[in-house]
Write a protein that binds this ligand. Sequence first.
Ligand code: MN
Length: 133
Amino acid sequence: MKIAKAGSSASSWAPAENFTGRVRRDPLVAPESPGRAVAGCVTFEPGARTAWHTHPAGQILIITAGKGWVQREGGPREEVTPGDSVWFDANEKHWHGATDKTAMTHIAVTEFIEGEAADWLEHVSDADYDYNG
Ligand code: MN
């Protein structure tokens, strides 16, 4: 057993290559073999979001603060709030982030397959982000 104390890992800014806006990442626990799941806390400022991406083993999100938007390719943009959890299927193209006016924080649980936890694609355009069809 290992306890990772709060604040024991440095925060980092998510890279502009794969995110839009200001996104802070706070690591929670890292996997040790044969475990493969990593958990981290991610905070999106208003307007901030991931790029489109997929996860080879899927992903769980647990919304812990604020109000955010999530969308899978071909589906509507959907609102999420604290207490909501989200599952993305393996290789399902999607994005997640804050709303345009409110920050959002989620815990993300993601498994690695052969060293990869995400495949990054194009940024979410302002038109796609704003579209509420
Ligand atoms: Mn994801």
